[in-house]
Design a protein around this ligand. Sequence first.
Ligand code: CP
Ligand code: NVA
Length: 310
Amino acid sequence: MKRDLTYDFDFSAKEIWEIFELTRKLKNKLRSRTFGSLRGRSLAMLFQKPSTRTRVSFEVAMTQLGGHALYLGPNDLQLSRGETIADTARTLSRYVDGIMARVFFHQDIIELAKNSTVPVINGLSDEFHPCQGLTDIYTIWEKLSFPKSFPRDFTIAFVGDGDNNVTNSLLLLCARLGINFRIACPKEYQTKEEILDLAKDDISKTKAGIKIINNPQEAVKDADVIYADVWVSMGRQDAEERKRILAPYQVNKELVFGAKEKVMVMHCLPAHRGEEITNEVIDGPNSIVFDQAENRLHVQKAILVKLLNG
Ligand code: CP
Ligand code: NVA
């Protein structure tokens, strides 16, 4: 049976830890390369939206694993002339060993997965960004020097748009792995009830403290990680209103000062410097954003090996 990564809950906690262990091994071997394990395999990469990290890291990941990736932009396929997602998935499945897709509607990822006979990986939809979420938690684990589990009181504070793909993915992963996750967001952009409902069973099992707090200063108090993402995600229309409402949620020096002294500052990138995060914070001593960006490559290699190698 082929497996997909459509959203964060497609992997059990045990499988997530296996991905992290595999990432650690693959990253250690980077300098000697890890050619071979996907030799002769191909990955189709469908992009309906722009991308720097996802596009380049998946393509390089396939090369380093001995395989090949095809970039298929918004105008490259007959999808742009009305061919259905289902027919696209059926056709691509006859050529390639995996499909990675970045889409607007999450339903398109589901439709691709349903109709393809090869694994489908979500490279970002409006609702979830599982490759980013897995990379973020892996990066934190690496910075903590690979403990057996996350410390009970370890807390990530996400500050900004509580209703976006990165927030949703982090929330699900924290619920699954038992990591405390606070979301500082305005009432207008609060995390959807459906997402909280999805996480409910995991929260009751792992006892992860998942909280929505409207006050950013309160949310970052004693936090171990402060996480920022853009205020206007790709495809959102109401940019000016969002910037106005989200202005009090900027990650700046004053806000960082209220967290633990060694707080790690994260951002999935791309950043809108001067909006959701200031230059002095993103370029400052607490920032780990480029280690985080690098790890997209290593984590995705592990995901590709797991899904494409079976
Ligand atoms: N973080 C992330 O997914 O970046 P890109 O949009 O550049 O792929
Ligand atoms: N929330 C952002 C993430 C970009 C990687 C967006 O969807 O644009």
